[in-house]
Design a protein around this ligand. Structure first.
Ligand code: TK8
Length: 308
């Protein structure tokens, strides 16, 4: 069995390490019968396009951000709420626990099986025009966001001129200055070489995006139980390696981005607090679409972790 897996990021992204580990694990568990064949840089289409192919049963697997899929599963929008997580530990506890299972159950009715949650990470703003140290500095900046109404709302609320775009179009749009900026985790800014077309980096950590390791339900249901188990188990082996490398590379990427000439702005805690306060109404505006139950369940995991 050859299992094609679609990726929007490049092979030197930590997802590449996760896929390599998962490939090895599957080969061992299946006596070499189950082979992962990965495609990088949107070769099989963007996150949404590839996910639709899974639903149609014409593609096996995709590693996708949750954000472009809110049109299919609105509850996934909970992960797009600004400043939701404070750190990776909180994200892991939410994703790898009951809440993660609860969200995964919302995917099967739409033809998708989530094998496990990998890490895209905490997002930061870059742009080619000016240093951004406050929300006011964002005014008039044309910023690309994912095709997601919560990100659109958050950045408009912060004063930016936000525009939705698929990931595969971002580099060229930055290069031609059709857009001024974008926001992604440091490892993606690094491995997608955005430092070549972006001068300024602001360490906003304004949202954490999970990756879904998705499988086509149609094709999954046709597998033998031991093959299904191997896929889930090996996706978790891949997940752990991917997260390990992602967290290790994040610090190294910041050093590299500075070396590549990016001007880095650390946002002062008082300014971050202002950005949090300014975007708090985004929660109110989108809670109906996401579902109050989903938000309550997630907060129920975070509260005890924060000692509330
Ligand atoms: C890659 C995307 C990317 C995401 C984005 O396919 O679109 O900015 O952060 O990682 O999923």
């Amino acid at each position: 069995r050859t299992i094609r897996v679609s990726n929007g990021i490049n092979q030197d992204h930590p997802v590449g390490n996760g896929v390599a580990k998962m490939t090895q694990c599957l080969a061992e568990k299946s006596g070499g019968k189950m082979k992962l064949r990965a495609f990088w840089g949107n070769a099989l289409g963007g996150d949404l396009q590839a996910t639709q192919a899974l639903r149609g049963g014409t593609l096996e697997m995709v590693i996708t951000s949750t954000s472009p899929l809110v049109g299919i599963i609105p509850a996934l929008g909970v992960f797009d709420l600004p400043f939701l997580f404070n750190n990776e530990k909180e994200a892991d506890a939410v994703l790898d626990g009951e809440f993660g299972k609860y969200m995964a159950e919302k995917l099967t009715p739409v033809g998708l099986v989530n094998l496990s949650y990998w890490e895209n990470g905490f997002r930061n703003l870059t742009n080619s025009r000016k240093p951004v140290a406050t929300a006011a500095d964002m005014s008039g900046l044309k910023v690309r966001v994912m095709q997601n109404n919560i990100f659109l709302d958050s950045f408009k609320t912060l004063g930016a001129n936000a525009t939705p775009m698929s990931f595969g179009e971002v580099y060229a749009a930055l290069e031609t200055r059709a857009i001024d900026g974008q926001e992604n985790p440091l490892v993606t800014i690094d491995t997608s070489k955005m430092y070549e077309v972006q001068k300024h980096l602001s360490l906003t950590r304004h949202a954490y995006t999970p990756f879904l390791a998705l499988y086509s339900k149609k094709l999954y249901d046709a597998l033998a139980p031991e093959e299904q188990k191997a896929l889930v188990d090996c996706s978790i082996v891949g997940r752990d390696e991917q997260r390990r490398v992602s967290r290790d590379l994040t610090d190294k990427s910041l050093v590299k981005l500075k070396k590549e000439g990016m001007q880095v702005v650390e946002i002062a805690p008082a300014e971050l607090a202002k950005m949090r306060a300014a975007t708090a109404p985004v929660y109110e505006r989108h809670k109906a679409t996401i579902g109050q139950d989903t938000i309550d369940r997630l907060q129920a995991v975070l509260k005890p972790m924060r000692g509330n």
